[in-house]
Write a protein that binds this ligand. Structure first.
Ligand code: AMP
Ligand code: MG
Length: 344
């Protein structure tokens, strides 16, 4: 289970406002659920809010089945058990695979969904954690190569022996799917938190921006700050979300560096990505975490249709220039604003 504590502060009463004279824009409906191995919350305002939230819950449950690595009927399980044969999958799976492939390319291979067998041997998929032997990791890495996954229409081929996991992207995609439902129900104000992946639609009903808390990776029950957003996804990958402490006293976390199969330790403990597309932000947050501080900044400069909030392992906060004005610090962490153009 993800140990995430991102607070979503809407600043609005959580109770349904079903008044007799009923200003429909004020009707709020919420749902809490546990899905995709994490706690989720959905909140929507508008006269169709209840129907929208009910539909969103059903969609989340269906996508959970589609993307599961354990459910025998899931698309991912079918791909992983196909032994090199072609498999027909849903449009949802195709879309997530395409995002993963694009991000694999953009991140120089940092995002690699075929790492799944390595994640499993660390116990990150089951909770039966242990530090594997170096030989075992090296052997499993032989079969890790996202470029060998082919997607042609709705037909997917993965070489025999290779297995994939969409955990780095699936929740962001699911958030986008929920936001499409909100749009179909004419909801102009909604906020969801899928295990700390926050996605917003419009603004708060009073027209002000949503305020999203950013977890302190060094003290995960605290916030380092908040960020004000409208119509944006705010998605975080952190080393505090899922980890274990080895017999050697070291912390081992769930985001692996494909370069060596060990937890990525390239200068960052938390990466928050703010952008329009949840799937892309989710893929990015994992990829940038692996890329590390310098590469993440270069990645943003190359392809900056997103903003980021980075926390380095030595306790510095880096904000990209497009988000700095919307960030409110809640602690004294030293902070630097990263500019689009390289500093001299
Ligand atoms: P996120 O919380 O979005 O950063 O996703 C982390 C999850 O992605 C992990 O729990 C693994 O299931 C998976 N994962 C870990 N490392 C990688 C990687 N380098 N590339 C792709 N997926 C990964
Ligand atoms: Mg991610």
């Amino acid at each position: 289970m993800k140990n995430i504590f991102i607070m979503v502060m809407s600043g609005i009463c959580m109770m349904p406002l079903l008044t007799a004279c009923g200003n429909s824009a004020d009707t709020v409906h919420t749902a809490d659920l546990f899905a995709m191995d994490t706690y989720m919350n959905i909140k929507a305002y508008g006269k169709d809010a209840e129907a929208a939230v009910t539909e969103a819950e059903a969609r989340i449950r269906a996508l959970e089945q589609t993307f599961s690595v354990t459910n025998d009927a899931s698309d991912i399980r079918k791909i992983n058990q196909a032994d090199g044969q072609p498999v027909t999958v849903s449009a949802d799976t195709v879309s997530v695979l395409q995002t993963a492939q694009e991000m694999h390319h953009e991140s120089g291979g940092a995002l690699r969904i075929s790492l799944y067998p390595v994640l499993r041997t660390w116990g990150f998929t089951t909770g039966a954690y242990s530090v594997p032997e170096a030989d075992e990791i090296a052997e499993l890495l032989q079969n890790v190569d996202d470029t060998k996954i082919s997607v042609d229409g709705q037909t997917v081929r993965c070489p025999a022996g290779m297995e994939i996991d969409l955990g780095a992207v699936a929740k962001g995609y699911t958030g986008d799917a929920v936001m499409e439902i909100m749009q179909a129900h004419h909801i102009s104000s909604a906020i969801i938190s899928l295990g700390g992946n926050v996605q917003t639609r419009g603004s708060k009903p009073d027209g002000s921006a949503w305020t999203v808390g950013i977890t302190d990776p060094f003290a995960p029950d605290m916030l380092i700050g908040t960020v004000s957003v409208r119509d944006k996804a705010v998605i975080t990958s952190g080393n505090y979300e899922r980890y274990f402490t080895g017999e050697d006293g070291r912390r081992y976390w769930h985001i692996l560096d494909p370069a060596d199969g060990y937890p990525a330790d390239n200068g960052l403990v938390s990466v928050t990505v703010i952008g329009s597309c949840g799937a892309e932000c989710d893929a990015l947050s994992t990829a940038l975490f692996v890329e590390g501080t310098e590469q993440a900044v270069q990645h943003w400069r190359r392809n900056g249709d997103f903003e980021m909030i980075l926390v380095t392992s030595d306790g510095e906060l880096l904000l990209t220039e497009g988000i700095a004005a919307d960030y409110n610090a809640k602690n004294e962490m030293p902070c630097r604003v990263v500019q689009r153009n390289e500093e001299p």
